[in-house]
Design a binder for this molecule. Sequence first.
Ligand SMILES: Cc1cc2nc3c(=O)[nH]c(=O)nc-3n(C[C@H](O)[C@H](O)[C@H](O)COP(=O)(O)O)c2cc1C
Ligand code: SF4
Length: 425
Amino acid sequence: MGVNNKELVFNISREEFVDLKTYRERGGYTALQKALRQPPESSIQELKSAGLRGRGGAAFPTAVKIEMVRNNGETGRYVICNADEGEPGTFKDRFIMTHLPFQVIEGITLAAYLAGAENGYIYVRHEYPEVQRILRESIKEAEEAGLLGEDILGSGIRLKLEIFSGAGSYLCGEETALLSSIEGRKGRPRVKPPYPTQSGLWNKPTLINNVETLANIPKIIEKGSGWYRSIGTADSTGTKLISLSGDVVNRGLIEVPFGITFADIIEEYGLGAKPGRTVKAVNIGGASGVLVPGFMLETPLEYTACAKAGITIGSGAIFVLDDTRPILPNVHNRVKFFLHESCGKCTPCREGLRQANVILSKLLSGMATESDVVLLERYTRAIQEASFCGLGQAAGNSLKSSLEYFHEEYLAACGQECRDKEETA
Ligand SMILES: Cc1cc2nc3c(=O)[nH]c(=O)nc-3n(C[C@H](O)[C@H](O)[C@H](O)COP(=O)(O)O)c2cc1C
Ligand code: SF4
């Protein structure tokens, strides 16, 4: 892809903590200075031209979201940085916050200024105490340097930024559950609309963005949309952080330009399957994502191409399974995870996942029949199509894709004893 010498958004090959002094020496906070000198609409237009889309999973255009909050007549708006990072196999936001905290804080400050918010939270999962410590210290340092708090850089603009710790619920990463959690209520999803941009935290217009999304903003304002669009493709601009794990030689966090194929990510960055093994399946998008076979890996990492292929980019987690791995235990683990995290509010998610868990347990102990597999397909459709929130809707992804691409493994798991019984019945 010819990106090795090109400056990217995170340049994560420099594996060090970037303190405020170093961040500023490398151009940090020139974006905020620039944005404060020009009308907010010009910076919003720059983000629009750059084509930045949310990196938290839904890929919503960031500038449009900022504009929705800005154009809302209500005062007392909020900005929230979603740092819950609960998606299994995802560790990109942790890296940004522990290595480049000021890039996120500058991004939040810019987003707040453009949206007209004066109060903000970083919602950090409680399993990240080190991240919380680093962010607290960095916020204090930014305040002392006049980059946060009252009268930012002498502009009269203010932003009070606080850390809010989650309590271990995956569902609280969902934006409306997250709002309830900050308000001190049960972290349960709310009906949408109204969207947080219309009525969010304490019913005020609220901008919620992922850590990676917000950390892209300073680079775009500093270097311009033309620079940003020169990375990636016309459809999907810029870079994506990928949490690469599983059966590859080289695991870890990488930054890739959009447009690269999944096969190239695995070969060029992951250095392929382990010696003597081949890639059998790849889970793309974390536990909420799909399980696809090797022949689909020539699909480019691009929103439109992936949507057409039925691939969910999600948080950008890629987990590789080699030819020694059976598919069913992997799917079963995901189902157990979602069953544990389901809040139980709606029947398709609560009961559908419970039934899927029972059938997968039967399959794995050789006690299932082919009619159980048919039933599993029906439950999967119900879970995906009728669940109230994104947790349930996405929980069926690995079930559906594995039932489609690895159907023979489901059939092979049906016990001979049970099959005989079914035939004589
Ligand atoms: C069950 C569930 C969990 C989620 N967890 C996260 C999360 O940990 N971090 C995140 O940024 N978005 C998460 N999201 C997506 C958020 O609801 C929201 O779309 C996102 O924070 C918006 O930011 P973006 O526009 O920058 O992508 C989750 C969604 C669902 C349905
Ligand atoms: S889909 Fe699942 S997590 Fe979401 S509201 Fe329904 S039961 Fe709760």
